[in-house]
Design a protein around this ligand. Structure first.
Ligand SMILES: [Zn+2]
Length: 174
């Protein structure tokens, strides 16, 4: 009882895997959803309160549990070209091992048969959050001369360039 005191309140990503571990090769499918605070990088962030989903298969292996599947999260940010809102959904493949004594470097920790997927989910999302997001792959950005958002208006600052594009369009259409 006393040793349980230090265990944090069980989050939505904690899987009780003691039964799974009794037989090597046993597998479980788990879908867990929950909020993880402070998932952000310089260019984007998971919105506050947005749930992240882990859809994984846990397999009992010698020395621990392997976890394979995907982590899904939404993000929002500011487009680096046009400075409008940007956002999308990330689907990140994961393939990790949980072992007794794991420290989050080579493997994640396994405590008393409990697999806490949260650190793995956190790492997976942080690695994939875009540092320099775009609102769309072909965003035209803001004209550095006149400040027009070129997604919304045709910029008149560089007619030469526009003509060249127009010529290409004619070629493409013919
Ligand atoms: Zn943009």
């Amino acid at each position: 009882m006393v040793q349980k005191q230090k265990t944090q309140a069980h989050g939505p990503f904690v899987v009780h895997a003691a039964r799974l571990r009794r037989q090597i090769g046993s597998r479980w499918h788990e879908v867990r959803r929950g909020v993880i605070e402070d998932l952000a990088c310089s260019g984007s962030a998971v919105p506050e309160g947005a749930e992240i989903e882990a859809d994984v298969v846990l397999e009992s292996v010698v020395g621990g549990v392997s976890v394979t599947g995907t982590v899904q999260a939404t993000w929002t940010g500011t487009c680096r070209r046009c400075l409008e809102a940007a956002g999308d959904t990330l689907v990140v493949p994961v393939r990790e091992h949980f072992t007794e004594g794991g420290d989050g470097e080579e493997t994640y920790p396994l405590h008393d048969g409990e697999v806490d997927l949260e650190p793995m989910v956190r790492d997976a999302v942080l690695l994939e959050l875009p540092q320099a997001p775009l609102c769309r792959p072909q965003c035209q950005g803001i004209c550095p001369t006149c400040g027009v958002n070129r997604n919304e208006e045709t910029c008149r600052c560089r007619p030469q360039r526009d003509e060249r594009w127009a010529a290409l369009d004619v070629l493409r259409d013919s």
